[in-house]
Design a protein around this ligand. Sequence first.
Ligand SMILES: *[C@@H]1O[C@H](CO)[C@@H](O)[C@H](O)[C@H]1NC(C)=O
Length: 298
Amino acid sequence: MANNCGLVSVLGIFLSFTLVHNMVIVSGQNIPSVALFAFGDSNFDAGNRKYLTSATLAQNFWPYGKSRDDPNGKFSDGKIVPVVIADASAQQAFVISVINRLKYNIVMLYSSGASKFVVHNVAPLGCLPIVRQEFNTGNECYEKFNDLAKQHNARLGPMLNELAKAKPGFQFTLFDFYNVILRRTQGNMNYRYSFTNISCCGIGSHNAYGCGFPNVHSKLCEYQRSYLYSDARHNTEKAQESFAHLLFGADPNVVQPINIRELITYPVNEDMSEFWKEPVGDILLLDDGIDVKVSGSM
Ligand SMILES: *[C@@H]1O[C@H](CO)[C@@H](O)[C@H](O)[C@H]1NC(C)=O
């Protein structure tokens, strides 16, 4: 009974944790720095207690922190809720600062006279051979990095729309590189790659180290056109050819709101009549070179 009451009050306290925005602006980019204060019992101890007592505390020793190879004074094998929330908000601040920087650079180019912009979104970084090898994910992608790329990409289209609406004659097209790579990674047989998880050149579990280094005996695959990745983070010629074709002529499910062929012929100084839209529906795997997105459930 006493325990139940304790639990209820702790939940109450945690729900009222404070996000304090002291209006410090991170390098002029309108990102308020945020301090997170968590109040609660041992479940919410961020590891401060070791500074408050000279007693020996169990939570500073193995197996606490085991999942992170480091006892950190928290009553968990690793992170606790407030820390995970703090990590997520740090990630969000990082993504916002990257997008703001990009926007700033695009506006600089526009001010210098550029008016037609072709933009790639960010690839599923967690699927790069270098990342799979570094994080030992075997045949899986490292989802944390894919999430980061997704967060970035979700803000990219709206940022470009905003510029197109605000700046006379600003035209853009946005290539959905993320899903183009992901489709080839997941359903590689449809796109006629034999290997999408390892690179052609390099050493290590995913051939991800040392391609081209004079002191490394890196492996080189026999037939580069059966690989998506040439080295640990760059695509092969075959892949680049297909991306170029998609950029030039593909449908809005791949390149939005218009493709490069249309962008080139779009009258200069004219405002765009269509804008980037949030893709809806699932991605279908069809025949070679066909990238299709459908709405509804199929
Ligand atoms: C890469 O994919 C191939 C073919 O699907 C598979 O046989 C192999 O185990 C994978 N390699 C790694 C390191 O995940």
